[in-house]
Design a protein around this ligand. Sequence first.
Ligand SMILES: Cc1ncc(COP(=O)(O)O)c(C=O)c1O
Length: 390
Amino acid sequence: MMDIERIRAETPGLKHGIHLLACGSALAPQPVIDAVKHHLDLEAQIGGYEAHKAEDAMLDATYDSVARLIGARRHEIALLENATAAWCQAFYALPLKAGDRVITCQAEYAANYVAYLQRQKRDGIEIDVVPNDESGALDVQALERMITDRTALVTITWVPTNGGLVNPAAEVGAIAKKAGVPFLLDACQAVGQMPVDVEALNCDFLSATGRKFLRGPRGTGFLYIRDSWLQKLEPIMIDHFAAPWVTTDSYALRDDARRFENWENSYALRAGLKVACDYAMALGIEAIEERATMLADTLRARISELEGAKVLDLGAKQCAIVSFTIDGLDPHSTVTALRDKGITIGASSPDSTRLDAEYRNLREMFRAAPHYFNNEADLDALIVALKSQL
Ligand SMILES: Cc1ncc(COP(=O)(O)O)c(C=O)c1O
């Protein structure tokens, strides 16, 4: 059983208002904040390189913590500054050529889709989009039918930025594996709110961020690369950390996933990311998922009772992101008005998920994401505040 009062007591941001936007950038717990501050203080006291050296063992264990969180091995993890940097390292390293097809989903995130478009323009790849099934999730049977011998990559978003949909990532992974096609999974909105196991997912590459449901610091992200791909994938850019300069005429790429990193990093943020992983694992990811999902289900039910409200989450399985519109309320200005009342939710605009937005004719919508540290009183306050705007 989670000790919610203790969890809330060690979330200092809660003293300043109600935060229901874990899908944006969640409130960090005190141990994460302490880890970042401690390392910055140490850098101020003894110097950056010296602080790194003094804390080397702890900082190095960040790889173990991230690996544990997703069922990977430490040499399969690269630490990067955000999920997009991580995703791009894998995507752009893949040697896709003219005529190769990538298969993606309707819920695909903008950053990923513009990268497909760039490689379409530059390299001549082609983009296939799997339709949704009746529930609004990626249709796995359609995916199976769409794979041809020209399919070079299956690349999908597990949980979209704009709603509670949970795409059937493990089924997608099983299909990709059977077809012998690599699978790149954007797990940015999933990590920290639900169990993530790269073996069960059968993904070859997985990217995620620290600041969302994982409650880590901003400016952190990571990439998982399956061991069997490590030697095959050459980073698009290297430095002398990724590939030490071993003779005047040659370099030697690292054997591990850190060939996708650079020499210079924010070690204070890494310290925070490590603690965020350990914190989530200590609470138990299943327990986190159960509580966050329960709060989101409650919020969906309560919002749908508001006059003029429409809950827009897709899929048979839904997670802790709640998307909705309310007739007469402009999301952008309402979010600002609620913020002034000490309640944080967000808005999602069509251009972050353009395929989905155009297919469903979505305009800007509200986005709220309760996490396990929220409680029913937070939801009550949001409902009262929304009503007061009507
Ligand atoms: C589904 C999805 N993928 C990727 C990202 C990008 O993450 P980051 O901002 O850490 O690069 C986001 C951010 O909102 C997202 O929602």
